[in-house]
Design a protein around this ligand. Structure first.
Ligand SMILES: [Zn+2]
Ligand SMILES: [Zn+2]
Ligand SMILES: [Zn+2]
Length: 125
């Protein structure tokens, strides 16, 4: 069954896709241009995650960030891309370039949750 599209859902999704970056729930709440409460934003975001439209990133600052999925379903593993948190402009981006890592023999990776922290390319110009 196709889920109903509501103005709320559209507003959240538009904001996320226009930003092109991952946003925290707080940032979404501040920037959204419609009257919407916290609980609704939370529910909408989690629904998007379930539907595979958005993925969630838990950064080392303990906050959850949400980003629109781009080609996520083509990857072998869920969230099989790395994220970069810029400490200067306080944004998180999905890194399109694969980051390679090796794991000890005998371990099988089923998920990746990795956030690199530093200065993004815009800020280091
Ligand atoms: Zn995704
Ligand atoms: Zn930056
Ligand atoms: Zn991502």
């Amino acid at each position: 069954m196709k889920r109903r599209s509501t103005p709320t859902k559209e507003a959240v999704l538009n904001l996320l896709s226009n930003s092109g970056k991952a946003m925290s729930q707080d940032a979404i709440e501040q920037k959204i241009n419609i009257d919407i409460n916290r609980a609704t934003i939370y529910r909408v975001l989690n629904r998007f995650c379930e539907d595979g439209i958005v993925h969630k990133i838990v950064a080392e600052d303990g906050k959850q960030y949400f980003a629109v999925c781009v080609d996520c379903e083509k990857k072998e593993l869920p969230n099989y891309h790395f994220h970069f948190r810029c400490t200067s402009c306080q944004t998180i981006e999905c890194l399109q370039e694969p980051v390679h890592f090796s794991i000890p023999k005998g371990y099988q990776v089923e998920g990746v949750n990795c956030v690199l922290t530093g200065i993004c390319k815009d800020c280091s110009k």
